[in-house]
Ligand binder design. Structure first.
Ligand code: NAD
Length: 257
């Protein structure tokens, strides 16, 4: 599955799933653009290290995915976009009536609206290149729900719907658009939820992981960033050219329950 000669942009890729997906795309030979809203030496170092490890070109471009103009500027600045992975995301847990409006707006902007803006900027480039792959990182929460995650669940369901529309608008072209729906992956986003869950359930860390988190996953294991990345590489391969407008769950059986 060589992606040599392709340029992949991965939003929100200085940690967690985005970084893992970027590594797998680079391992498959793609040049990579890493992104987040920060501009630290360590962000650029990630790009240098990835380039050295996989022998491909890797750049880091700062752009805040909560801002539509910066989403579009990311794609324009990269100058090429054969593969777009919409991964940037944040999470907040609260009852609907207590949900901070600012958090609602930020979750919808970063998780969902950024996907619209980057796709709108990338599609003309893909059409010009005569080839394109869009992979949207949704979630098991794009197909099911949990209480207290209203904005996140709404955004992820929105991504699944937007994925289908993008696929239909590109169906007769050599462009595909699909969503990956991960279950739990032990990234900084999930780590940040553990202390609250420990307090809420009066449990220690290991019990929260076993009885609250992995209880939803029949496999009783976290998925890994490499497994999400491998799925993205498959969706970008020629073997997957008839796969468009669908979701692939990487959730240990969560959504089969
Ligand atoms: P993470 O916190 O490690 O990564 C989130 C990434 O988004 C980081 O690189 C962060 O810098 C970036 N980001 C946040 N705000 C941004 C902004 N305004 N502009 C640009 N980048 C921004 O978390 P993760 O678990 O790797 O999450 C990545 C994606 O995977 C998210 O969309 C998340 O919803 C999804 N997801 C995660 C899990 C899981 O269990 N970890 C499960 C399903 C879906």
């Amino acid at each position: 599955m060589s992606l040599s000669g392709k340029t992949a942009i991965v939003t929100g890729s200085n940690s967690g799933i985005g970084l893992g997906v970027a590594h797998e795309l680079a391992r498959a030979g793609a040049d990579v653009v890493l992104n987040s809203f920060t501009d630290r030496d360590e962000d650029h170092k990630l790009a240098e290290d990835m380039a050295a490890q996989h022998g491909v070109k890797v750049r880091y471009i700062k752009a805040d995915m909560s801002k539509g103009d910066e989403c579009r500027a990311l794609i324009e600045t990269a100058g090429a976009c054969d593969i777009l992975v919409n991964n940037a995301g944040i999470q907040h847990v609260a009852r609907i009536e207590e949900f901070p409006v600012g958090k609602w707006d930020a979750i919808i902007a970063i998780n969902l609206s950024s996907t619209f803006h980057t796709s709108a900027a990338a599609l003309p480039m893909m059409r010009k290149a005569g080839w394109g792959r869009i992979v949207n990182i949704a979630s098991a929460h794009g197909l099911t729900a949990s209480p207290f995650k209203s904005a996140y669940v709404a955004a992820k369901h929105g991504i699944v719907g937007f994925t289908k529309v993008t696929a239909l608008e590109t169906a007769e072209e050599p462009i595909t658009c699909n969503a990956i729906c991960p279950g739990y992956v032990l990234t900084p986003l999930v780590e940040a939820q553990i202390p609250d869950q420990m307090k809420t359930h009066d449990m220690d860390r290991e019990t929260v992981i076993r009885e609250v988190m992995l209880d939803r996953q029949p496999s009783k294991e976290f998925a890994t960033v490499e497994e999400i990345g491998g799925t993205a590489v498959f969706l970008c391969s020629d073997a997957a050219k008839q796969i468009t407008g669908t979701t692939i769950s990487v959730d240990g059986g969560w959504t089969a329950l």
